[in-house]
Design a protein around this ligand. Structure first.
Ligand code: SF4
Length: 249
């Protein structure tokens, strides 16, 4: 066993012993809240003693390495037109991982997901269920580079980028995934069905409960029809996470 691996194993044993000893429902270690009886220790160990970097393996990458891989990626034609890659950002581990389709013009300029009008609207959705980006929420997209003229990412582009997202989800460890729009839903759930048919129930991605709703940009274009179903979907997210929304209906 290498030096790094030994350090990680020692840390796992020490933390395990510490969490067994304390008589608390929760412990805060390095800004992350752990429930000793329920949480595995891999996230905190990744923070305190990052695994050795493997610049060639997506499967072995931590988030820092994964982001570096994305920033230099040329696996599909979308790299040609990008200003910046948009890797994703937020809390790790996350209560909710929000996944959209791909960067638009403002995201491409800033390198951040869901900025601009649709992003601001998404923030109000999160606020309505007492969540906030960066506070228990992680936001990412199916493709990390902007498709030209905001067209849908094509099948080969989705397939090329999906391994990054797959690994990102493993590392972010969300309690629930919220998929925004048809492309995100179809790619992750491997279906041809539209949002109308997929929303209104829980799905699972790799065992993680998953909710589908409309993309904020689509709701902004058709508020009268889509706002109500989105609110129902957000209530489903809140219910799963045990968030008390009071008497609002
Ligand atoms: S969209 Fe994804 S696969 Fe394509 S170049 Fe960008 S990072 Fe690479």
């Amino acid at each position: 066993m290498g030096k790094d691996s030994m350090k990680r194993e020692e840390l796992r044993e020490s933390l395990g012993a510490y969490l067994d000893l304390i008589d608390e429902a929760e412990a805060v270690i390095a800004s992350t809240t752990y429930q000793p009886k329920e949480h595995d220790l891999s996230t905190i160990i990744d923070v305190l003693a990052p695994p050795p970097l493997d610049l060639d393996s997506i499967e072995g990458a931590n988030l820092r390495v994964l982001q570096a891989m994305v920033e230099s990626c040329t696996k599909c034609r979308l790299y040609e037109g990008r200003t910046m890659t948009v890797f994703g950002e937020g809390s790790v581990p996350a209560r909710v991982m929000v996944i959209g389709e791909g960067p638009g013009a403002e995201e491409d300029r800033s390198g951040r997901p869901f900025v601009g009008r649709a992003g601001e609207y998404l923030d109000t959705w999160l606020k309505s269920i007492h969540l906030e980006r960066g506070k228990g929420v992680y936001i990412a997209n199916i493709v990390k580079c902007r498709p030209p003229n905001n067209r849908d990412p094509q099948n080969d582009e989705r397939a090329a980028c999906m391994p990054y997202l797959k690994r990102q989800i493993q590392l972010v460890k969300p309690q629930l995934i919220l998929l925004l729009g048809r492309t995100a839903a179809q790619v992750l759930l491997e279906t041809d069905e539209g949002v109308g048919a997929l929303r209104g129930r829980y799905h699972r991605y790799e065992g993680i409960p998953t909710v589908v709703t409309y993309h904020p940009a689509a709701v902004l274009r058709n508020t009268d029809t889509l706002r109500r179903p989105v609110w129902e979907d957000l209530k489903r997210v809140a219910a799963f996470l045990g968030i008390d929304l009071g008497r609002r209906s």
